[in-house]
Design a protein around this ligand. Sequence first.
Ligand SMILES: [Zn+2]
Ligand SMILES: [Zn+2]
Length: 223
Amino acid sequence: MSNPTNSPLEAAAGVAGTDATEAFGLLANETRLAILLALWEAKEPEKPRSEQAVPFSELYERVAIRDSGNFTYHLDKLDGTFVRSTEEGYKLSNTAARVLRAVFAGTLTEDRSFEGRLSEFECYRCGSSLIVDYTDENETIQRCTGCGGAYEWPEYPSGMVAHADLPPAALEDRTPQEMQRKGNTWIRNRLMTLLNGVCPDCAGRITTTTHVCEDHDVPEGAV
Ligand SMILES: [Zn+2]
Ligand SMILES: [Zn+2]
């Protein structure tokens, strides 16, 4: 594909859409990210939203940049999308808060993976005990100790009856069993949202298509 602008980000707009690349472009600057993080840090959850604004001078102090012109330039760039300015000061927009939450949820540096913990759930196919793993790809996998499981995917362990993405925050202050119980609630709610035609990430419309694979027969008892 030709790229007359020589901007890799603009060239990628064909994939992500120009709105998305503009948003990425807005965030691609250290000072702007520092402003967003400073606003996040300044949040006082016990205060009503109307009192959450951070005055310009306080925000400038928090970002610890020594060039006020540069600071104002970047703050203006964020205003209207990731930052809202009010008479009292500056606030994170809901969009910025969602972006930061997603980053925090996915980037706990501590490796929380584990393998082979006994689950408190039973296999829905044969009733045997289940084993639960949490991978370094932030995926929870449930394996049956008594049957071949429901999936035969070479990249996954045998006996697998369920697998799902689960952010590492699900393990914070929880045992593997609690993680599985609470994780199931999170995953089920996302699935219910999807099944009701709403994207659990952006609340947009879901389109569904059914694909029937005719390459093989479904083994007896498979789901
Ligand atoms: Zn089983
Ligand atoms: Zn969506």
